[in-house]
Design a protein around this ligand. Structure first.
Ligand code: 5AD
Ligand code: SF4
Length: 428
């Protein structure tokens, strides 16, 4: 989502006649797109701002965009006085106007309101990847997970009309993009605001039917709103990729309740069972937080058991980080940092073993990859399977032919915990 936000901002800048430079020190305008999901990400913004200013900041205009901007607002001007622009993602449609203010010499420009109706896409969005296009279909979040700053930094949930999503996807397909990734904080909570009233499953199904689209992905799904109709839509349509990212956060119903996640462990596992018993094999991935206040050793063990039960293909894992304006800030039984670290290491080791085993089981199989580029150092092409695994491969007869953007069958010959190695199964 942040990558795509940057694409939107880049597009707005290019539209106004700005051009990207190779090296940051050559820039006149330096914008930082920021994340405040955990404290570390937020701290990084301020240290980078200082460091860059010291090294080569003379005469440049600085701006802070994204969630740290939304969260800290005008306080950023005090903490980093060389910053002239502070704007959250809901203000990107107004970026042109904010840039006009900057260009006319205003040194305290802000975009912090949530009053914009259309913060989804702009006609200028500059997509970095020639094959995969991101499309934001829903912004913001109406949930209130006790640890999470997002409802505060990205505002309330707003869905985009189905007609505008379909129109954009069709235009992108006509431009040659073959993979569409539907984006939203809770992508599957999508509710078409127009009279058609499509739900997420219908929207995804219709996007997948657009001629020229060969892959559709979506991220991120919330388990509470992950209905069976989504699995049915996936089963019906092989264009929808074999992958679901379903963040569980914890394997303990008690911790899930404290987090206000609105589902129990059993309800989550029921959704996993739908996916495991579906028409084809889906790759499952998740997010987990360790050390949420009150998480006991037994709660943590339940999370470890969930990993064994589900057998995820990949996991993002985090130590709980207290965030401003969140309900969990006031909770007792704070877990000490060393204990969070200990649990994180155990969790990651357990998951690593699962990935090693699951990836090794793929050796000998053939998977279609979308070729993303070439790793010169290794002399391999880099592709991605429908199940979202990276598959590095060689092509016996490729010569110098550019393969990026093509779909090729690849035989898997070796595996590691995070990627696969293979050989193209056809002559190019
Ligand atoms: N501390 C740690 N991890 C967090 N996440 C969100 N908020 C926090 C927090 N305060 C994690 C969740 C979410 C992912 C994007 O970031 O696991 O799914
Ligand atoms: Fe944060 Fe929960 Fe909303 Fe996801 S669903 S963005 S974790 S509040």
């Amino acid at each position: 989502m942040n990558v795509h936000d940057t694409e939107k901002v880049t597009g707005a800048l290019v539209e106004r006649g700005y051009a990207p430079v190779e090296k940051p020190e050559d820039a006149e305008l330096v914008l930082y797109n920021t994340c405040s999901i955990r404290d570390k990400a937020e701290q990084k913004v301020f240290s980078r701002l200082q460091q860059f200013k010291r090294q080569c900041g003379k005469g440049k205009i600085f701006g802070v965009l994204g969630c740290v901007a939304q969260q800290e607002g005008e306080k950023i001007f005090e903490r980093a006085p060389h910053v002239s622009l502070v704007a959250g993602s809901a203000s990107y449609p107004r970026l042109g106007e904010l840039l006009t203010q900057l260009e006319s010499g205003n040194r305290r420009v802000t975009g912090l309101a949530f009053d914009s109706e259309e913060s989804f896409e702009t006609p200028f969005t500059r997509r970095d990847n020639p094959n995969r296009a991101y499309i934001t279909i829903i912004e913001g979040c109406d949930k209130a997970c006790a640890y999470c700053v997002v409802p505060f930094t990205r505002g309330p949930e707003r869905s985009r009309s189905s007609a505008s999503v379909i129109e954009e996807a069709a235009r992108l397909a006509a431009e040659g993009y073959t993979e569409i990734q539907l984006l939203g904080q809770n992508v599957n909570s999508y509710r078409d605001p127009s009279p058609e009233g499509w739900n997420f499953a219908t929207l995804m199904d219709r996007v997948a039917r657009i001629p020229g689209i060969r892959r559709v992905r979506f991220t991120t799904s919330h388990p509470r709103d992950f209905g069976k109709e989504i699995v049915d839509a996936m089963d019906r349509n092989p264009v929808i990729c074999d992958h679901v990212h379903l963040p569980v956060q914890s394997g303990s119903t008690k911790v899930l309740a404290a987090m206000d996640r609105q589902y129990t462990r059993d309800e989550y596992v029921r959704r996993i069972d739908w996916l495991k018993n579906a028409g084809r094999a889906y790759s499952l991935t998740t997010d987990i937080i360790v050390g949420f206040p009150g998480e006991t050793e037994e709660d943590f063990q339940q999370t470890l058991r969930l990993l064994d039960e589900v057998e995820y293909d990949s996991m993002f894992s985090f130590k709980y980080s207290p965030r401003p304006n969140t309900a969990a800030l006031g909770l007792p039984d704070v877990i000490p940092e060393e204990e969070k670290q200990r649990r994180l290491v155990i969790l990651q080791e357990r998951q690593r073993a699962i990935q090693i085993r699951r990836n090794a089981a793929l050796i000998g199989e053939i998977r279609e990859v979308l070729v993303e580029g070439r790793n010169q150092a290794l002399g391999q092409w880099v592709g991605r399977t429908s199940c979202n695994r990276v598959l590095n491969f060689t092509v016996p007869e490729a010569g110098g032919e550019p393969l990026t953007g093509r779909y090729l069958p690849v035989r898997i010959t070796r595996s590691g915990p995070n990627s696969l190695v293979g050989e193209s199964a056809i002559m190019v």
